[in-house]
Unconditional design. Structure first.
Length: 621
């Protein structure tokens, strides 16, 4: 039992981070403090001054722990990292973000690659962006590939690693083939350095060198080479034009404001580059414990800029609780001075008003949409509970289906509908292990047994504090089970539930002769439901979804098996090459249509293997 009185006395007079946990050991809130003793004690004293959200959080605190740091700025950095790690429900967490794309250079590899990503992680790579226009970043990547002979494959290439035969990109001068050892690490690094210089706005030297080479080629009457160099200069100019928007050293500004309707908050960020608003993002902030605008903005800044590559020179906000600390943190991340300004009058003040108005409109639209969805799904679930005479509304529904062709590649699937909407993260797939042949009833028994055995096992581990709820996959049980089938499937489910002493109502979803959802089987009776009713709409969606999910999984296994078996007959194509062909082309038809060069550009496929593949499909048309 956690001794609050003793632990509060033991809190040090130092900076640090504290983690509030619930009875399951899950972290529900992460905070930082200049003096841990003073800050943490506030949660458990003078509750009259607390907001309703803070009171709700404190009720759920079963224990806490803390980490001491040397300074408040260290505490802030640690707080940001722990929030990313645990995603606590009462912290400011951003939702509905667009995740603008970045250009990523994998400088954490011996021979770096360059590509587009929407996720930025602390992995030692370099990120450039964000780019409000996806087309701009895609065009930039295409231009980079034309100018810089950088590899695009995903091979792990070490400086002194094994050498392999170069792919087609080497032969058409798009790669220097570090995989074959045709370029040293130092030479390759110099190419990467030039690319980084270009993306950071330092491309003058590259352009000057190319122009010099172009003029020399023209003087030597090497017009084809001169034209190629001219095209490279033009491409670099295009990239630099794109980068000016992102990286100009003046008027690089973000404007941040928030709006609350008394329950939830919406934040809005406007990006100003070169004096022009070039984009914006909005976020819905739910479950946070703050009611103060300044605290909301401070926490939003930590969450937003903790996960983005680009930090502007100036950030304008209506108010903030810890300006100096945030400025120090952002400046260290940016590598240059960052100022957070609170304008009292003038153009920036007016612009912040416009940002707040946009946040208000966005929140209203979001909640209106949410309200309509809740009403629709709520009515459907209420009607379903009424039809089945259930004591409570079935908030979580699980549906099950089996798919196979004459017992081959037999699979089972589980889909989950939460509050009437599909919850894809909880979908589960099962390969049938113990049943041979086409026995749908026993196959269903197997997947239900596995599902609830896993669930009961996880519940025991959670109770014994050996597993966190966030790491569990089967511990949450449904309020209602729907089987894709009639009385037979329902009875199998009831037998499994009875064996484990679990009481959950089970229905069967039956179809008519035209394979359309007809109604429900419950307590050995078929219930008639109006065809155009909300309940029928919900049941049809669930049945279609579980059937789609099962068919898709079965088809993927079947295709892989068929593809694998056909490829086994092709000379010079072993297990590794079959895997790479499957990974790149996905189907036999696509491999049949592939050209010699496309096959040759596939990882591990050499000229001999490519020719064997073409000859095989030519002979077996």
């Amino acid at each position: 039992m956690f001794d609050f009185k003793y632990q509060l006395k033991m809190l040090p007079d130092k900076s640090g981070v504290y983690l509030m946990k619930n009875s399951l050991g899950e972290v529900i809130y992460v905070g930082k403090a200049k003096i841990l003793k003073n800050r943490v004690k506030q949660y458990f004293q003078n509750s009259k001054n607390h907001s309703s959200k803070v009171k709700a959080m404190v009720k759920n605190i079963a224990e806490f722990e803390y980490i001491v740091t040397d300074s408040e700025i260290e505490a802030l950095i640690l707080e940001c990292n722990l929030i990313k790690k645990y995603r606590p429900r009462y912290n400011v967490l951003l939702k509905d973000d667009k995740h603008y794309p970045f250009i990523k250079i994998t400088t954490n590899e011996d021979f770096p690659r360059v590509f587009v990503t929407r996720i930025r992680v602390k992995d030692g790579a370099k990120y450039f962006g964000p780019y409000p226009e996806t087309s701009a970043v895609n065009e930039t990547i295409e231009l980079i590939k034309k100018i810089f002979p950088i590899r695009t494959c995903r091979k792990v290439i070490k400086e002194n690693g094994d050498r392999i035969k170069p792919c087609l990109n080497y032969h058409i001068n798009l790669c220097k083939a570090p995989c074959a050892g045709y370029i040293s690490k130092d030479e390759y690094t110099q190419i990467i350095k030039e690319l980084i210089d270009l993306l950071t706005g330092k491309g003058n030297q590259i352009v000057n060198d190319l122009r010099k080479q172009m003029n020399e080629a023209a003087e030597n009457l090497e017009f084809e080479k001169a034209a190629s160099l001219r095209d490279k200069v033009m491409a670099i100019d295009k990239i630099r034009e794109r980068q000016k928007i992102i990286l100009s050293n003046f008027e690089n500004e973000d404007l941040i404001n928030v709006y609350s309707d008394g329950e939830d908050w919406c934040s809005q960020v406007f990006f100003v580059r070169n004096g022009k608003i070039i984009g914006r993002e909005h976020f819905i902030l739910e479950n946070n414990i703050f009611d103060n605008k300044g605290e909301i903005i401070s926490n939003f800044i930590k969450e937003f800029y903790g996960g983005t590559a680009f930090i502007p020179k100036n950030i304008y906000v209506p108010e903030s609780g810890e300006l100096e600390l945030l400025e120090e943190w952002l400046s260290s991340k940016r590598g240059a001075k960052v100022q957070i300004k609170v304008p009292k009058k003038g153009k920036k003040k007016k612009l912040l008003g416009m940002v707040e108005e946009n946040a208000k409109i966005t929140l209203e639209q979001f909640k209106l949409k949410l309200k309509r969805e809740k009403e629709f799904h709520g009515n459907s679930l209420s009607e379903l509970a009424e039809i089945l005479e259930l004591d409570e509304i079935p908030h979580r529904i699980e549906a099950y289906d089996i798919s196979n062709i004459q017992g081959v590649d037999s699979v089972g699937t589980m889909v989950v509908f939460d509050e009437g909407k599909p919850k894809n993260s909880d979908y589960r797939r099962f390969r049938i292990k113990s049943i041979k042949g086409a026995n749908d009833y026993e196959s269903m028994r197997e997947i239900l047994t596995r599902r609830f055995e896993h669930g009961l096992s996880e519940i025991r581990e959670i109770q014994e504090r050996e597993l966190l709820l966030s790491g569990a996959k089967f511990s949450v049980f449904p309020d209602l089970i729907l089987m894709d089938g009639g009385k037979g499937q329902v009875n199998i489910a009831l037998e499994v539930l009875k064996e484990y002493n679990i009481n959950i109502p089970v229905c069967g979803m039956v179809k008519d002769d035209k394979h359309k959802t007809r109604g429900l089987v419950y307590n050995n009776k078929e219930l008639k439901i109006k065809y155009n009713s909300k309940v029928m709409n919900l049941i049809t969606r669930i049945q279609d979804e579980v059937h789609r999910f099962a068919i898709t999984y079965h088809r993927s296994l079947r295709d892989k098996r068929v593809l694998h078996s056909i490829l086994e007959d092709i000379p010079n194509v072993g297990a590794k090459r079959r895997k790479e062909l499957l990974k790149k082309f996905g189907s036999i038809e696509n491999i049949k249509k592939a050209s010699y060069n496309e096959l040759l550009s596939t990882e591990s496929i050499n000229e001999k293997a490519a020719r064997s593949i073409l000859d095989y499909f030519h002979k077996n048309k």
